[in-house]
Structures are given as structure tokens and as C-alpha cells.
Design a protein around this ligand. Structure first.
Ligand SMILES: C[S@@+](CC[C@H](N)C(=O)[O-])C[C@H]1O[C@@H](n2cnc3c(N)ncnc32)[C@H](O)[C@@H]1O
Length: 365
């Protein structure tokens, strides 16, 4: 058994080397963002801030001394660290930056909130520059940007649009406040906090609901929730399973994790709780009696990434103690069977309904 577990760990290490989060060789929006600097149209200055920062071939630490990168998604934050940048999950408030770079997310409200944040953090006369792919809302993104910053210069390249302006107080203060507020954390149900942009932010995801409906009350000891979001599965475990002594929540999105910490605070007096900003695809450090998960099946892009969920299954198999159990829910068509069979000697489909499957797996190899 020990030999099998060792082999599985080696396989896992190999898989981590394959890296479910490779840094994009080509990141058109980042490539385009760097262009006005490469062409000398905007000067690189010390003390610049990069919101929604991503690592990539076009971004060289040697050209950007002191660049403060902000990235809430752990795998991307780690890629930036590996490339030599200083990264925070959240921007430090209050410092007037001379230059702010922005790679906004696809979702319009979240992009608007990021422009408003850039405006709040830019010093007087600072340049704010953003880049958006044409098929991810470049036109509307530029229109939003102009509403906050006034007329913007722009260029088009790599099927992206780059636009920039000086933060000189032009634009609409009230609108900026409104856009920031629209993305702020709020109480969506009594005692339950969430915010736009995190997974299933204002509802319980139907797959998670199916898992919750079938979770046994007998889960006990030390557990982990892999890809914990704002804590909905963890909360169900803590409410139902009186024998749980400790629960670690692993989540890549720092904003979701902060919400989970707030949502689970009422349980903290009874149970040891851990909140880990962590890339589960790289494995988890603890050893557990049970694991629950509704794994992600795409990263931050639109394309399905079943290898991410498979990496979660492997992480669970390695992390479980002998006798430990994995309880997982997934879209029915997702190809997790091989990873489950490789990781566990006993795999049982508990229920299939509405396009989802709940799987319980035991005897990690
Ligand atoms: C399908 S959602 C489930 C969220 C929550 N458990 C629920 O049931 O509502 C998957 C979660 O995994 C997170 N995630 C994505 N990639 C991750 C990674 N590499 N490591 C850890 N968490 C990740 C996402 O941010 C998201 O919150």
C-alpha cells in the first residue's frame, strides 16, 4: 500500500511538472498592453501598479523595476512571482501611483470595478492604460474607460485594443463610486456574504446543492474542501457533521477565500478552520480523513479544462489518510473516471441527476 501511495505521489509530481497552469506563451492582451511602452509612446516609470496582472513573455521584470502586481488568482500570482515580480492579492489603498496598468477581466461589472479602482489608486497626472481582446469586449471596455478618464488614446494590435489616458480628475466621480460598489462584498442571505465575480456568487450552484443533499452526516475528524469558493460546501459539512474537528478550505481566488472566512466565522469557536490561498492542482500539504470538492473545470478562460478537475482528484487521493473518503460532484460528462480509478480502490457513483454526478471514493492508493 505504501509503495502504491509513493508511486501515486511520484505520478502527481510528474503531473505537477506538466503544469495545469502553464504561463501562456502568447497572451495577446498582455502583448498588446506592452506595445505602447515598447514603441516609446508611454514611458515606463518606477512605482507603477499593475491591476489584474499576468505573467507572460512580453513582461520582463528587468524592464519594470518595482512594479507592484495585483492578482487574486493564486496560480497566476505564483507565475508572476516566478517571473521576479512582487505580487499582492489586493491593492494597497491610498498610494498615488504614477502609472497604472490594467488587464480587466471579461465580466463587464468586474472590469468596470477595476477601472474605478485604477482611478482611485492613480496619482494626479498618472497614466492609466488598459488592454482588452476584441472578442472580450474591447469596444465597450474602451467606452467604459472613457467615461471614467475622459478621451483616451488607443491602438489596435494582436486582435486587442489598448487605450490610455491621464488621470486628471476628468470623468465622473459618482460613476466611479457606483462601479466600485457594484462589485463590493454584500450580505446575499442572512449571515452569508458574497460578491460578483466569485463562483455562483448569489446562489447555490446546482451541482454543489446535489452534493450537499447527499453528504453523509458521518464525515468526521480533519477534512478539506478543495476549491472552496465562498464556503458553501464547507458550511454544509460544518452544519451537518458533528464529528468534524477541523476543516481546511483551499481556494485559488483570494476574494472568495476572504468571503469564506467571514461566512464560517460562527463555526470557528467549535472547529479548527484553515483558509489557504492555494493552487490545488499543485497538490495540498495536509493529511485528511475526508475531502469534499466541486472542482473547477475551467481556469480563467472560457475553454473547458478537465485536467484541472483531474488534478483535484489526484490531490485528494494523495491527501487522504488510509480509510479517508472523497466526496465529489461534477458535470456528468466530465472525464474524471480514470483519475478516480487511478487514485482510489473503491469508487461509487452515489447519484446522477440533472446532468451532474456525485461520487464517493475510498481507499486511496
Ligand atoms: C466549481 S467552484 C466550487 C466553489 C464552491 N466549493 C461551491 O461549491 O460553490 C470551483 C472553485 O475552485 C476554485 N479554483 C479554480 N482553480 C483552482 C485551483 N487551481 N486551486 C484552487 N482552487 C481553484 C475556483 O475559484 C472556484 O471557487
Amino acid at each position: 500500500m505504501a509503495r502504491w501511495r509513493g508511486a501515486l505521489r511520484d505520478a502527481f509530481v510528474e503531473c505537477a511538472i506538466l503544469d495545469p497552469h502553464p504561463v501562456a506563451v502568447s497572451d495577446p492582451a498582455l502583448d498588446a498592453l506592452m506595445l505602447p511602452f515598447a514603441e516609446g509612446r508611454i514611458a515606463r516609470v518606477a512605482g507603477a501598479l499593475f491591476l489584474g496582472a499576468r505573467a507572460g513573455a512580453a513582461l520582463h521584470a528587468s524592464q519594470w523595476p518595482g512594479l507592484a502586481c495585483v492578482q487574486a488568482f493564486r496560480p497566476q500570482a505564483q507565475a508572476l512571482e516566478r517571473a521576479g515580480f512582487e505580487v499582492r492579492a489586493e491593492a494597497e489603498p491610498g498610494r498615488g501611483r504614477p502609472l497604472v496598468l490594467v488587464l480587466p477581466p471579461r465580466q463587464r461589472e468586474a472590469a468596470r470595478a477595476l477601472y474605478a479602482q485604477a482611478r482611485a489608486l492613480a496619482g494626479a497626472g498618472a497614466t492609466v492604460v488598459a488592454s482588452v481582446a476584441n472578442d472580450e469586449g474591447a469596444k465597450s471596455g474602451k467606452a467604459d474607460f472613457v467615461r471614467l478618464f475622459g478621451p483616451a488614446a488607443s491602438l489596435s494590435k494582436h486582435k486587442c485594443r489598448v487605450f490610455w489616458a491621464r488621470a486628471d480628475g476628468a470623468g465622473d466621480d459618482a460613476l466611479a463610486a457606483q462601479w466600485r460598489e457594484a462589485e463590493a462584498p454584500r450580505e446575499v442571505a442572512p449571515g452569508w456574504w458574497s460578491r460578483p465575480g466569485v463562483f455562483a456568487w448569489d446562489r447555490i450552484d446546482p451541482a454543489s446543492a446535489l452534493l450537499i443533499a447527499h453528504l453523509p452526516a458521518t464525515l468526521a475528524g480533519e477534512g478539506a474542501d478543495l476549491g472552496a469558493g465562498n464556503g458553501v460546501l464547507a458550511a454544509a459539512v460544518l452544519e451537518r457533521c458533528a464529528g468534524v474537528r477541523g476543516l481546511d478550505l483551499y481556494e485559488a481566488d483570494a476574494r472568495a477565500l476572504a468571503l469564506a472566512e467571514r461566512n464560517l466565522a460562527p463555526h470557528a469557536a467549535r472547529v479548527r478552520l484553515g483558509f489557504r490561498w492555494h493552487d490545488v492542482a499543485a497538490g495540498v500539504p495536509g493529511r485528511y480523513d475526508f475531502v469534499v470538492a466541486n472542482p473547477p473545470f475551467h481556469a480563467q478562460g472560457r475553454a473547458p479544462r478537465p485536467e484541472l478537475g483531474q488534478a483535484f482528484v489526484r490531490a485528494a487521493a494523495v491527501a487522504l489518510r488510509p480509510g479517508g473518503e472523497l466526496w465529489l460532484v461534477a458535470n456528468r460528462q466530465l472525464p474524471y473516471e480514470q483519475a478516480l480509478a487511478d487514485g482510489f480502490a473503491e469508487v461509487r457513483t452515489v447519484v446522477q441527476r440533472d446532468g451532474f454526478k456525485v461520487v464517493a471514493a475510498r481507499r486511496a492508493r
